[in-house]
Design a protein. Structure first.
Length: 175
């Protein structure tokens, strides 16, 4: 009987044990739930770019700290982190962003740390940039000026470079 009671006791302990085990399982689950809250260094997913679709005509200025893609028409200034002007887009105003990629038509000044005119781009206005890339086939009429801080809006250009070296007129017209 002594051995039977030992067998019965362990059988009763596991019956009692699941409750503490469940509690223990519940505690780690509750402690693992705050774990995602304690991941401040985990990268947050980047929000998708805002989109002005091809059938939209905006009259007024657009300003965002994020990314924006223009496929429609904007009559006004645009300020963003990344500005992508689609092939069907028409902008009449100043475009200002850290990165500007032009596939469409811009009438006005373009200011950006990095400015890229693709082969389908048509820009009628000045470009103020830190770095620039103009693909073959892009149409551009205006002046190009390099500045260390092209996004500063202090009126007159304040580049350390001599204006004669920094300003260039470029016209790439197809016959």
């Amino acid at each position: 009987m002594f051995s039977k009671s030992k067998m019965n006791e362990p059988a009763q302990k596991p019956a009692d044990a699941p409750k503490p085990t469940e509690d223990k399982a519940a505690k780690p689950a509750s402690s693992s739930a705050p774990a995602p809250d304690f991941k401040p260094s985990a990268p947050k997913p980047k929000a998708p770019a805002s989109l002005v679709s091809a059938d939209l005509h905006v009259k007024g200025n657009i300003k965002t700290p994020g990314d924006i893609q223009i496929e429609g028409r904007v009559d006004g200034d645009i300020r963003a982190h990344l500005l992508t002007i689609g092939e069907s887009a028409m902008i009449k105003g100043e475009c200002m962003a850290d990165d500007v990629v032009v596939h469409g038509h811009v009438v006005g000044r373009v200011r950006g740390l990095k400015v890229r005119l693709t082969s389908t781009a048509r820009v009628e206005g000045d470009i103020i940039h830190k770095t620039i890339a103009i693909e073959s086939g892009a149409h551009f009429e205006g002046s190009v000026q390099r500045q260390d801080e092209p996004l500063s809006t202090s009126g007159a250009p304040t580049s350390k470079a001599a204006p004669a070296k920094a300003t260039t007129s470029v016209a790439d017209k197809k016959a």
